[in-house]
Design a protein. Structure first.
Length: 158
């Protein structure tokens, strides 16, 4: 009986760890940390979480569950999809990894995409809200919305 209780306790703890790891790196603080660290590198002020933007992003992510198809991100929006345990933190990191492709002097992408990165660091975008949904094919779809929207053609991000 004692062995059964210990085994049951161990199984319950393992389930809790699994559920915690699924939610880890998907909180508002996780999204904000990646964004605000990148913004600090270019001396742009931090963003704050906006619940209304998060609801909009979550609703859009939910609407993409059937096809999990990425369309071109519009102004004030970043999109990502990934397989496995693709987290919100990882999506934001992928956007920030575009940094080497952005040339400030020419205000252009050089050598690859940079539009996700420029939205992350857009000086006038001060509020952020993100959503994440599991697609029918098992992938994850992540959407972040920014306000005021950035990536305005002809303007520099900072």
């Amino acid at each position: 009986m004692r062995l059964f209780k210990h085994t049951l306790l161990l199984v319950c703890l393992m389930i809790l760890v699994i559920f915690y790891s699924c939610d880890a790196q998907n909180s508002p603080q996780d999204y904000l940390k990646v964004h605000n660290d990148a913004r600090a590198e270019v001396r742009v002020g931090p963003m704050s979480w906006d619940a209304a933007l998060a609801t909009k992003a979550q609703n859009y992510s939910n609407s993409r569950r059937g096809d999990c198809h990425l369309i071109h991100s519009g102004p004030g929006e970043n999109l990502a999809k990934g397989s496995g345990d693709f987290t919100g933190r990882r999506a934001a990191q992928l956007w920030v990894e575009e940094k080497p492709n952005y040339n400030y002097d020419s205000n252009r992408c050089v050598g690859g995409p940079c539009g996700h990165y420029t939205q992350v660091i857009w000086r006038n975008s001060t509020r952020l809200g993100c959503g994440r949904a599991r697609c029918n094919n098992g992938w994850w779809f992540i959407c972040c919305n920014y306000a005021p929207p950035g990536n305005i053609i002809g303007r520099r991000p900072y």
